[in-house]
Structures are given as structure tokens and as C-alpha cells.
Design a protein around this ligand. Structure first.
Ligand code: ADP
Length: 581
């Protein structure tokens, strides 16, 4: 909406200033041209004077050439100076008054001739239409001329009253028409200006929008580029990971198959036999490790890994790990130290004991793997609201530029990694994921060639009743061979895999009097129904038809006493809890 004064057409202050400046700039040439034109016309009409009124010619020429034209020329000259910008409208008003004044004198001297009335009309037209006078000034100038004419005519006795009245009719009409025309001229000039301003604003706005758009496009392109890079990197890593994984599975597999083949030789010495079996066993353990890690990382990636919070006896876990790995270190010539800094009682926290155990074991295993001599320290202490653990070694260390990468999934799979030894490269990423799930952090200090210290924190959440006996803690129960005098049992083995059946049969041999085999869940339920005196069931979980869970439910319907032990090759964390439930 254009904001302006309806009578004077003036804009609000700031805009008005801009408009006036603009109006001057756009008008100046026309002002000069119209002044030249008007001067020419004013001059040439001198010829008319001589032709029509020789007796007044000298007076009229005096008016034209001595008074009016010099004023007009003056304005043209001043229009080339700086002050014109400030006084141009006033200068034009004065020129109009002077020009008009000249004509008034001529009319008064020869009131009966129409020519000078027409001349006055021309003055009005010039003022309203071509001199670029603003509407209000033109109006004032022309009405002033009209008033002066009337006053002069009244006092000058030559003028007949009817002529004055007649003349006024025309002059007033001309002025009214001129006023309207000038008003609308100025109105449209201003409107033009206003629309131009709006257009400029819009343009700026559009330029702004464009700039923003460019920025956004640039940002998005960058993001896309990064995402693409990431996707490619992740693709590359996953391929490398797969290659490494297949290597990690194939190598122990080759060991198992190769040495099994060698074992077939009947002439093998018992020493060699033992050695080969040892290799087969180690290969199996290694493969199982890799598979477990793959399953764990898959679960983590899929967001399926759950926390199983309970009382976790850190002290005992550390002690257990210490005694478990001590022989291996001793064999390698490494000293193993343990620093348990909290009293046993205070080292029981609420955490996921399976996971803390896995984390610690993994760090110690790595330390052993990457340390040839010196010592390995394991321990923990309380720091604020956290327990801080450390596993310190004097091994090969980790160069600074790899210290972040080793926690990344699949990174170790980067085959170019010369530090990589046997291992899937998943241990640390699994540990990191566990620690973060538990609300802690993992970091390390390491110097190439000197050693590494892995540290991690876990929130110190003390258990509530101090005397509760930590039971649900698989790690605490060392199967240190508490020989119980059990024998003569009737045992049902539910298992569909031939090799596993064989293995289990041998395992229970010592305590069994009778062993029954069931190949499926359905069969197991049936056998139980017919043999209420079965003492123990080894229940495979994954089976066709009826799986272990369902079969157990069925059996429990009619036999609440029989001991059922779940067993599975899949051993996902969570299966244990589900089985107990
Ligand atoms: P891996 O199964 O290969 O051990 P990890 O995720 O446990 O996988 O470790 C990743 C990498 O971090 C290893 O390949 C090794 O380069 C480096 N690393 C881990 N622990 C140590 C350590 N104690 N000393 C030196 N390097 C280590």
C-alpha cells in the first residue's frame, strides 16, 4: 500500500526525501529542454507584437527580452550548478510568475485582443504540464497569477468588467483542469517511484532467497557427498570385514580338518596325537570365538543386545580373570598383577555381569596377544560416581593415529593393518558398545613400542541390601570339579544332531545308568510320559517340530520334578535367561 497525503501527495519523511531526489534526477533534462522551448516561444511571440500592435511593440519587447527571457536563461544556467537541486522548484515558480506577470501587463494594455489571453493559457499549460513543477507549487503559482491579474484588472480602468468576468471563466477552468492533470501526473510519478521501490525490495529479497538457496544447496550437496563417502567407506570396510571374517573362519577350519585327517594315521605316536588334538581344540575355540563375536556385533548393530542388570561382584570377576589367565601369561613369560582397590563388600555393583566379564576378558586377551614381555596389570578404583578399570600392558602399543580406529566396527578388518594379528577385529567395538550401554566410557593411553593402557568407566551403582548373596552370577561359579557322588541316573538326551548326541553320551557316561535319545521335541515329550522315572533331561533348544522351550513346557505339565538342562550351540546371551524362565 502506497502511504501518502491525499492532498499534497507527500510521502512519509524518509521516503519523501528519496522521492524528491529521484524526481529531480529524472526531471532535470526535461526542465532544461522545456525552459529552452518556453524561452523560444516567449521570444518568437515578439513577432506577433510587432505585427498586431506596433504601438506597444517596444513595451512588449522590453517585457519579453529584458525581463522574462533573462530570468528564464538564468534558470537554465543555474540548472548547471549544485544549488539548483535545492531551489529548482522555487526557481520554476518564480519563472512562471515572471512569465505570467509579463502576459498580465500585455493583456491589460490590449484587453480587446484574444491573443494574449491565449498566451496566458499557454503559461498555465507550461506550468502545469511541462516544467516539472510539482502539483501544489504549480497550483499556487498559477492561482497567484490569476489573483494578480484580477487585482491589476480591477485597478486598471481600461479593462471592461464583462471582459474580466469572461476571462476569469476561461482562466479558472484552465486552472482547474490543469490542477487535476498535474495532480494525476504527480500521483502517477509517485506511484511509479513507489512501485519501483517495491520492486527493488522484492529483488533484494529474491537475491537473498537465491543466496540462501545456493547456501542450502551447497550444504545439502556437501552432506550428500559426505554420506556417499561414508557409505562407500562403510561398504569398503564391510567387504574387507567379510574377507577377513572368512579368513578367520577358514583358518581354524583348515586346522581342524587338516589335523583330523592326520589323526587318522594309526601309526601316530601318542605324543603327536596329543599335539594334534590340542591344535584341533584351539582351532575350535578360536572359531567359536569368532562366531560369537559376529553374533554379538550383529545383535548390537540390530539394536537387539539387551542389558541384564543384576548384582555384579567386580572383585570376584577380577580375581577369576586373574587366576584364569595367570597360567597363560606365565607360559609366555609375562608377569600378571592384579590391583583390587575396593573391599570385597563394596565392589558389588549393579551392572550386567556377563558384559563386564566379557569386556575385561577381551582387554586381557588383547593385552596378552600384543605383549611379548614385561607385565600386564589389571585393576579398578573408585572415582567419583564411577568405577574406573584399567588393563595395562608393556606390549607393542598403538600408534596415535590408530587409537580411535581400533574401537570402530570392522576397522581392524582393514587388511592393510600390519598390527593385526589373529582376530576378527570386533572385540574392542563390542566392548565399547557394552560399556556405553552400561553408561560408561572407554579410552586408552598408548605409546608405540612401549605399551598400552585401556581404561573404562562404569557407573558405581551400589546394591541395595548389603547382605544379599550374589547368586545369579555364572562367572562366580567355577566348575572347579566339585565331585559329587552322583551316578546311576536315567538320562534323556534330546538332540537332533548326530555328533552332539555322541559327545553328550560320552559326557554323561560316568553318571548314567541308562541313556535314552530323542531326536525331536515331540519324541522327548512322548518318552517322558512313558518314563516317569527319568532323572535328568538334556534339552536341545533348537529342534524341528517342537523346540526345546515348548517341549519343556509340555513336560512340565505332567512332571514338575525332573531336572531339565537346556543346551544349545547358539548360546546367544538372553537364551540363558529365557531357559531359566
Ligand atoms: P582383535 O580381535 O583383532 O584383537 P580388537 O577389536 O580386540 O580386535 O582390537 C582391535 C585392534 O586394536 C587390534 O587388531 C590391535 O591392532 C589393536 N589392539 C587392541 N588391544 C591392543 C593392545 N593391548 N596392544 C596393542 N594393540 C592392541
Amino acid at each position: 500500500m502506497m502511504n501518502y497525503n491525499k492532498i499534497t501527495l507527500v510521502f512519509p519523511e524518509k521516503e519523501e526525501k528519496l522521492f524528491l531526489e529521484n524526481y529531480f534526477n529524472e526531471s532535470i533534462i526535461q526542465v532544461r529542454v522545456s525552459f529552452v522551448l518556453v524561452s523560444f516561444l516567449y521570444g518568437i511571440f515578439g513577432f506577433l507584437d510587432t505585427l498586431m500592435f506596433p504601438e506597444y511593440a517596444s513595451v512588449f519587447h522590453l517585457i519579453r527580452y529584458v525581463f522574462v527571457l533573462p530570468v528564464l536563461f538564468m534558470v537554465i544556467i543555474i540548472s548547471y550548478t549544485k544549488i539548483f537541486r535545492k531551489i529548482w522548484q522555487e526557481a520554476i515558480v518564480i519563472s512562471t510568475l515572471v512569465g505570467g506577470g509579463g502576459i498580465i501587463i500585455m493583456i491589460l494594455l490590449v484587453p480587446d485582443n484574444y491573443a494574449y489571453y491565449a498566451g496566458m493559457m499557454l503559461i498555465f499549460f507550461a506550468a502545469y504540464f511541462i516544467l516539472k513543477l510539482r502539483f501544489l507549487r504549480a497550483t499556487i503559482a498559477c492561482w497567484a497569477i490569476l489573483i494578480i491579474y484580477n487585482i491589476a484588472a480591477l485597478f486598471y480602468e481600461h479593462s471592461p468588467v464583462n471582459v474580466i468576468v469572461n476571462t476569469n471563466f476561461f482562466f479558472i477552468s484552465a486552472n482547474i483542469i490543469g490542477m487535476f492533470a498535474a495532480y494525476s501526473l504527480e500521483y502517477y510519478t509517485r506511484r511509479n517511484f513507489f512501485l519501483n521501490q517495491e520492486l527493488k525490495k522484492e529483488k533484494l529479497h529474491i537475491v537473498d532467497i537465491n543466496k540462501n538457496l545456493e547456501k542450502t544447496v551447497k550444504e545439502r550437496t556437501n552432506e550428500m557427498f559426505l554420506a556417499k563417502e561414508r557409505a562407500e567407506e562403510s561398504d569398503r570396510l564391510k567387504s574387507a570385514f567379510l574377507a577377513n571374517m572368512s579368513h578367520e573362519i577358514r583358518t581354524p577350519m583348515n586346522g581342524i580338518l587338516g589335523f583330523s585327517e592326520l589323526l587318522k594315521n594309526p601309526k601316530l605316536s601318542s605324543d603327536k596325537q596329543k599335539k594334534y588334538i590340542d591344535i584341533i581344540e584351539k582351532s575350535g575355540v578360536r572359531m567359536l570365538n569368532t562366531l560369537n563375536e559376529i553374533i554379538d556385533i550383529s545383535k548390537i548393530e540390530a539394536g537387539l543386545m539387551k542389558l541384564d542388570l543384576g548384582e555384579t561382584n567386580i572383585h570376584e570377576q577380577i580375581e577369576y580373570i586373574y587366576s584364569f589367565f595367570k597360567p597363560e601369561m606365565k607360559a609366555k613369560g609375562i608377569k600378571f598383577n592384579m590391583k583390587n582397590s575396593l573391599p570385597k563388600e563394596e565392589s558389588i555393583i549393579i551392572a550386567d555381569s556377563e558384559k563386564t566379564y566379557a569386556i575385561l576378558t577381551n582387554l586381557v586377551k588383547n593385552a596378552i596377544k600384543y605383549t611379548e614381555k614385561g607385565n600386564i596389570d589389571i585393576g579398578y578404583y573408585k572415582k567419583g560416581d564411577f568405577l574406573e578399570f584399567f588393563v595395562k600392558d608393556t606390549g607393542i602399543g598403538i600408534p596415535a593415529d590408530r587409537q580411535n580406529a581400533i574401537f570402530e566396527r570392522f576397522i581392524q578388518a582393514d587388511i592393510t593393518d600390519i598390527m593385526a594379528r589373529q582376530g576378527a577385529g570386533l572385540g574392542l567395538s563390542i566392548s565399547k558398545a557394552y560399556i556405553e550401554m552400561l553408561g560408561g566410557k572407554i579410552w586408552l593411553e598408548s605409546e608405540d613400542g612401549i605399551g598400552s593402557t585401556f581404561r573404562f568407566s562404569l557407573p558405581y551403582i551400589a546394591r541395595k541390601e548389603r547382605n544379599a548373596i550374589p547368586e545369579n552370577n555364572a562367572e562366580n561359579k567355577t566348575d572347579s570339579g566339585v565331585k559329587q557322588e552322583i551316578s546311576g541316573l536315567k538320562i534323556l538326551i534330546t538332540e537332533d544332531d548326530f555328533v552332539s548326541v555322541k559327545l553328550l553320551k560320552i559326557a554323561v557316561n560316568a553318571i548314567a545308568e541308562e541313556v535314552i535319545i530323542a531326536g525331536s521335541g515331540l519324541e522327548a515329550v512322548e518318552i517322558c510320559r512313558n518314563n516317569p522315572d527319568i532323572d535328568l533331561i538334556l534339552m536341545d533348544i533348537r529342534m524341528p517340530e517342537l523346540n526345546g522351550y515348548e517341549a519343556t513346557k509340555e513336560i512340565r505339565k505332567f512332571n514338575k520334578k525332573v531336572i531339565i538342562i537346556a543346551q544349545t550351540a547358539f548360546g546367544l546371551s538372553g537364551d540363558r535367561e529365557k531357559s531359566i524362565a
